[in-house]
Design a protein around this ligand. Structure first.
Ligand code: FAD
Length: 388
């Protein structure tokens, strides 16, 4: 069954053939082998303009904000059987915008055109199995030279396997976080692909640096790299990156309906059973409720009404959307029997892919704690200011 429920025809017209021929036909083999979507494949999408929607007009883009860009990602998530593809696109696009935010003309001259045209790719190397204030990755300035020596390990970096450059977040001399541009071909850099539970074709890898010597011109952010990370990597992407999962969740519901229509038990199609109808209703409620909060959050970001460093509305939207898509996948498996559990149904794979955001973009449990702390603090401050 293919009813084009998402209303994704506009993007299908541009990218549909490539998505079908380059990605959908090979999704099972790629997933089983944990094989990355190649640089060449990503480049062919870039040539059709995939990085132009969210790109500032000064760089030849449309300058679309978070909400319309989220709609594009949602539609691609619907069209692409491989969630890794829109996931990777979203990371690459955020990387371009983060690098532009640094406002370094010399760096842009070298890398920006190639990034937009997909000839080069970038990835964020931030987290490292520790709190940000206790990072072990560090940068030490060499005495009487213009160079820094970088050491450290970033364990989970999306798109690292095919990345040429990294925004590398490390502890500086004063324990403040600094951001360096590190190249994959810098001597001392080792990129090691990792086997993951889902989103296996994003090319998640660890990035290790052993005595990597970089010129001071590669120091992009000298102080308060933590605020930079929140503003241009974590906070701004938290709600945005759920959109592509919402698109795929819609496709999962559609595939489930196809099965329910054609499967007869006790002389009746499953779709005629009221319990099954209620379950379809529940999946739809989950999807639309999540979409409502995610796009509400993204529109607030576009209107500059959100907190650019840590926004509780977009964090709530991420939490809600991740709970919703994981529940949709579980409900789909409840009514699709053995077929749903087969690789070719795509539902089991979607369930593994959807689980990635339980940990990624701040774990769900941590978001609850952080939102709770923020709200308690806000209310305490209010009572202090306006005692009853
Ligand atoms: C698919 C995927 C892609 C990723 N891509 C990137 C990338 O491109 N670049 C990058 O730098 N990183 C990336 N990461 C890493 C990711 O950002 C981290 O895994 C995430 O920030 C969580 O950090 P952590 O694993 O150290 O868990 P922590 O935040 O340390 O949490 C560990 C566990 O403890 C719980 N916990 C933590 N604090 C509390 C608390 N106060 N109260 C109760 N429970 C708590 C959490 O819920 C969690 O289950 C990716 C991760 C995934 C899964």
């Amino acid at each position: 069954m293919n009813i084009e429920w998402q209303g994704a025809q506009d993007l299908k017209d541009v990218y549909g053939c490539l998505i079908e021929n380059e990605l959908n036909v090979s999704v099972e083999a790629r997933d089983q082998a944990s094989a990355v979507i190649t640089h060449a494949q990503m480049r062919s999408f870039a040539q059709l303009g995939i990085y132009t929607y969210n790109l500032p007009e000064t760089w030849g883009g449309f300058g679309w904000g978070y909400a319309p860009w989220g709609k594009v990602l949602e539609k691609i998530g619907y069209l692409s059987h491989d969630v890794s593809f829109p996931f990777l696109i979203s990371v690459r696009m955020s990387f371009i915008n983060a690098l532009l935010a640094v406002q370094r003309a010399d760096i842009n001259d070298i890398y920006m055109r190639d990034l937009i045209e997909g000839k080069k790719a970038g990835a964020f190397a931030y987290t490292e199995n520790a709190d940000a204030f206790s990072f072990l990755s560090c940068a030490l300035p060499e005495k009487e030279t213009e160079y820094y020596l970088l050491n450290g390990l970033k364990a989970i970096v999306t798109g690292a396997e095919t990345a040429d450059i990294f925004l590398m977040f490390v502890r500086g001399e004063t324990a403040d976080i600094q951001v360096f541009l590190v190249r994959a071909d810098d001597p001392g850099v080792a990129v090691t692909p990792r086997a993951m539970h889902g989103c296996r074709s994003t090319g998640i890898a660890s990035v290790e640096m052993v005595n990597v010597r970089v010129h001071k011109s590669r120091l992009l952010i000298a102080t308060d790299g933590l605020s930079f990370a929140q503003r241009y990597f974590l906070n701004c992407r938290r709600a945005l990156q759920t959109t592509l999962f919402l698109g795929r969740a819609r496709a999962v519901i559609e595939a489930t309906l196809g099965y329910l229509h054609t499967t007869v038990r006790h002389q009746r199609p499953l779709i005629d059973l009221q319990h099954v109808q209620a379950l379809v209703g529940e999946m739809y409620i989950l999807l639309e409720s999540a979409r409502t909060s995610v796009f509400y959050a993204l529109h607030r970001q576009d209107r500059a009404e959100s907190d650019p460093y840590w926004d509780s509305v977009s964090s709530s939207a991420k939490y809600q959307a991740v709970e919703a898509v994981n529940k949709i996948a579980a409900l789909a498996l409840n009514v699709t029997g053995g077929w749903g559990y087969s690789e070719s149904s795509g539902i089991g794979r979607a369930q593994r892919d959807f689980a990635s955001l339980i940990a990624g973009a701040d774990p769900q449990e941590k978001l609850k704690v952080d939102i709770g702390i923020q709200k308690i603090h806000e209310i305490e401050m209010y009572y202090q200011r306006y005692p009853q």
